[in-house]
Design a protein around this ligand. Structure first.
Ligand code: SF4
Ligand code: ZN
Length: 453
């Protein structure tokens, strides 16, 4: 079993699951397929599932995340972590009142695919699902922020929008608790980074359970906080769960955090290091910091004054009473009437080609060699990952400044991501709708290698 998993925010993740050639350390009957180094166990599929679900059960119980009878809203994006979370919670707590919530962010070549994944999973598990369509409910999409100064920081604006809407949506569905799929690696990686930045407030927000800022709001829980990222993916693959199969176009080139890489290196020497760090942070550092903060607040007799946002009603500490999400949306609304043409049909592209546009093929070299548009330059999508550090690439594309660039691949997905990246760097790039087949239909000469038909 092999999966090429495209993640949200990081590069492609490949995972191969195959028999390890030994019996399972638990049942000693079945062939082991998963090696859990920190637990010194090699497990078969059934025992791995049991191991995974037991840990979710233990985490929920240890941190008193929810009680029987409470309504648990699970924020499901369609990525491996949230898919594993919904499935595991339903299996580990079959009697619990669970509802899935999902936001369709309106990101081209991405969001509709994710919504389909989440719909499939919810119906498979017979869990009710509430979908919030950003375009329908609020009149804009995440892609629309490309018009604003946030174009190069899409993940940050997207994160702010998602947090705000998940909070409102979980209250709308009357949830007592909202569960998110934060895994061990992301949590410890972020804690580590915040620690070096001296940002203890952010570390404290990474607790397994966050009480609501204002009464009446659901509390936030992270049942997978002790589960390594890799195991979420293994769980999804072994149980053949629907999961996202393409990356977000705005994630192109977003690198794995430096601190996550350091932690991976440390793990090679000490397989338990991530669990140990999580425990030090949650048991020692966060309580110490909170004690200190309380003391400081009492000393200075000041407390953070929270009010509700004048527009959306969510808690905010901003003095003008407008939360950070609503402030960004207000900025967007001012420029919403600016045209944003990111895609062209081959028919519309024809004129630009006649005027000397660059045709950029971002497919792998092998696909390019087996047939491409006449005159197309081939630079595979991956080369755009390090655009800001790759001097040769920078030099190549600098020559295209001021010219129209028509980008294409087979499906439009990778070429859309490259188009967005070039646009954010001031290039006049357009994605070609319909991929290479549409070009052929529109009568563009497609060069085939000698000997093929
Ligand atoms: Fe994830 Fe960033 Fe895409 Fe939002 S914009 S879905 S945070 S990768
Ligand atoms: Zn607001």
């Amino acid at each position: 079993m092999e999966i090429k998993y495209a993640t949200c925010g990081i590069h492609d993740y490949r995972l191969k699951i195959e028999p390890l050639g030994v019996k399972c350390s638990r049942c000693r009957v079945n062939e082991a397929v998963v090696d859990i180094k920190y637990a010194r166990q090699k497990l078969c599929k059934d025992c791995f599932n049991e191991f995974f679900l037991n840990r979710v059960r233990r985490t929920v119980e240890k941190y008193k995340m929810f009680r029987p009878g409470e309504r648990v809203a699970v924020a499901v994006s369609g990525g491996k972590d949230s898919v594993a979370l919904l499935h595991a919670l339903k299996k580990a707590f079959p009697q619990q009142d669970i509802i899935a919530i999902h936001i369709n962010l309106g990101i081209a070549y991405y969001s509709d695919h994710l919504e389909e994944v989440v719909r499939k999973l919810a119906s498979m598990l017979e869990v009710p699902l509430e979908v919030y369509n950003l375009k329908e409910r609020e009149g804009y999409t995440i892609d629309d922020f490309l018009r604003t100064r946030y174009g190069r920081k899409m993940c940050s604006v997207c994160g702010i929008v998602k947090r705000n809407i998940f909070s409102r949506l979980s209250a709308e569905v009357d949830a007592d608790v909202v569960a998110t799929g934060h895994n061990l690696d992301d949590t410890v990686g972020t804690m580590f980074a915040s620690f070096f930045a001296g940002d203890f407030e952010s570390i404290s927000r990474l607790r397994p359970v966050l009480r609501p800022l204002v009464p009446g709001q659901p509390r936030k829980i992270k049942p997978l906080i002790t589960t390594p990222e890799r195991e979420n993916l293994i769980y999804v693959v072994l149980n053949q769960l629907p999961v996202q199969s393409c990356s977000c176009p705005h994630a192109l080139g977003a690198s794995v955090s430096y601190y996550k890489q350091i932690l991976d290196r440390m793990e090679e020497r000490n397989p338990n290091v991530k669990h140990q760090l999580l425990s030090v942070f949650t048991k020692k550092l966060i309580p110490m910091y909170e004690f200190y903060r309380k003391h400081e607040e009492e000393k200075e007799k000041k407390e953070e004054v929270l009010q509700t946002c004048r527009i959306c009603g969510q808690p905010t500490s901003s003095p003008d009473g407008i939360c950070s999400k609503c402030r960004r949306v207000m900025e967007l609304q001012k420029v919403m009437d600016r045209p944003l043409i990111l895609e062209l049909s081959p028919h519309d592209a024809k004129k630009l080609i006649e005027e000397g546009a660059v045709v950029l093929d971002v497919r792998p070299v092998g696909q390019y060699s087996s047939g491409h548009i006449e005159g197309a330059v081939n630079i595979p999508r991956e080369r755009f990952d390090n655009l800001d550090r790759d001097k040769k690439m920078k030099k190549t594309i600098r020559e295209w400044k001021g010219r129209n660039i028509l980008v294409y691949c087979n499906t439009g997905t990778d070429s859309y991501a490259v188009t967005v990246k070039l646009r954010n760097r001031g290039y006049r790039a357009y994605n070609l709708k319909g991929g290479i087949e549409a070009w052929k239909r529109a009568g563009f000469p497609v060069l085939q290698p000698a000997g093929s038909d």
